[in-house]
Design a protein around this ligand. Sequence first.
Ligand code: GLC
Length: 548
Amino acid sequence: MVDLSSRNPDWWRQAVIYQVYPRSFADADGDGLGDLKGVTERLSHLAALGVDALWLSPFYPSELADGGYDVADHRDVDPRLGTLDDFDAMTAEAHRLGLKVIVDVVPNHTSHLHPWFQAALRAGPGSPARDRYVFRPGRGRRGELPPSDWQSVFGGSAWQRVPDGEWYLHLFAPEQPDLNWEHEEVRADFRTTLRFWSDRGVDGFRIDVAHALVKDLAEPLRDVSEFGSTGEEALERVPPGTHPYWDRDEVHEIYRDWRKIFDAYSPPRTAVAEAWVPGARRALYARPDELGQAFNFEYLQAPWDADALRQVIADSLATAGAAGASATWVLSNHDVVRHASRLVLPPGTDENAWLLSGGHAPRTDAAHGLRRARAATLLMLALPGSSYVYQGEELGLPEVADLPTAVLQDPIWEQTGHVRKGRDGCRVPLPWTTGGPSYGFGTAGAWLPQPEWFGSYAVEAQAGAEGSTLELYRTALRLRRKLLDGETLTWAEAPEGVLHFARSDGWRCVTNVSHVPVPLPPGEVLLASVPLPLDGTLPPDTTVWLGA
Ligand code: GLC
C-alpha cells in the first residue's frame, strides 16, 4: 500500500486529482457564476468521492476574456469569486478533510488589464515598460504588416497592433499579451507568486502552457510557415527545440529555478506541466529537478482501440520512468470534449464539425458513450501514476454539444470568425440536484445554460444509487487507495482487442475494447465498470479489476 498521508513528500506520485473549474462548480452567492465559497461548501463531495487533491483553474482577477486564463493580478481573488479570506477558508477546509490544494499558474501571458500591460501601453515604443512584453515594429513600408507570421492558438495572427503603430505578441487571445521571459522582473515576479500561494498553504501548482514561455526573439524573427503548420502539431516533425515559440530548450532553466522554491517548503510543493509536446520532450518538464510531472495528453487523444491504448500506456510509463517522474493520465478537462461523448465519436470525426452540428452529425449514443467512459475510467484508475479527473466526469456527464452560438463565451468562437465553436460545451455548470433554478449549482441561473437532461445526471440522483457512475467512482477510488503499489505494470496474454495487465502486488485490470465478448480471466472480481453477465464472459466496452 502506498502512503498517501499528508506528510509523505511523494503523495502526488500516484494521487487522484480533481479539477475544479471554479466558475462552473458551485455558486454560493447566487450571481450565476461559481465562486470559492461554493467550492468550500461542496468540498464534502470531493472527500466522499475519495480524491486526494483538488486543482482549481484560475480564480484570479480577470475580465474572463479566456475563462480566467487572462490574469490581471496573479496574487489575488476575483471579487466575483470571493476574497483571499475565502481562499484561506477553502484551503483550511480542504486540509481538514485531507485534501491537497493545487492552483493554476499562468506564466506565459497576463491579461491586457494587468497593470504592467497598461503601463506598457502608456509608456510608448522603446520604453522599459514595453520590454516586459513582446512589442515589435511591423513589417511593410509603414509597419502595417505583423512582425512575423506567428499564429494565435485561438485563430488569426498572434500580433495585435496598438494605436502608436507597434505590435505586441499574443499566442492566445489579444487580451492575453505574452510576457517576455528574458526580463528579470518577470522572472522575479513569478517567484513571488509561487511563494505567495505556497505561504498560504497551497500544496502544488499546475503550470499553464509550460512549453511556451521562452521565444526565439533574435532579429529578424523567424517565420513559422517553414514548419508547414503553425500549431503545436508542427513539433512532431521539426528537430526538437528549433520552433521559435514552442518547447524551446531554454525554458527548462525557469523550471529548475522554480524547483528550488518548491523544495524550500515541507513537504515540497508539487507541480505539473501543461505542455502539448511529444512524449520524450514532455518528460523533460517532469524531471525531478523541474516540475515533477507533465500532463499526458497522448492518453487523452488515443482512440478507443486496444493496440493504440497499449502503445500509449507503455510509452507513457517508459518516458515518465526514464525521467524519474510518475506517469499522469487524463481523459477530460476544461479544454476538450468530455470523454463520455468523445469516446463514441467515430474514428476520424472532426470534433469541431460535430459541435457545430449541435451533436447531431454524427449522432452519438449517450448510453454507449457512458459505457465506454466508465470502462476507460476504470482502466485509467488502474494505471500506475496520477489520474486527473475533471469535474462532472464522476457523474458521467456528456458534452453539451448543442449550446446555441448566441451564448458562447470561449474567445475561440469570435477569434476564428465563427469557424471553431470552442470549449464551452464541457464548461456548463454542474448539476447538484435533480431540479431547481440551476440544478443546485446556485440559487439563480447559470452563466451557461444547462440542458433539461442535466437533472438526471445530478449528484442527488446518483448518490447512494446502485450502479450509478458516481458510486462507481467512489468505489473505485476507495479500492484504489487500498490496492496502490509500485509504479510498474506487467502485461498479460490477452485476446485481440483486450488489454490485460497486473500491478506489482498482483492486482489485475482487464479491458475489453473489442466488439465481441471475451472469456473473463480467472480471479476474484473486485469491481466492474458494468454488471457482468453470469456466463463467464467480459462484454465489449467493459473493464474489470481482478484480485491477486
Ligand atoms: C491552457 C488552458 C486553456 C487556456 C490557455 C491559455 O491551454 O488550459 O484553457 O485557454 O492555456 O491560457
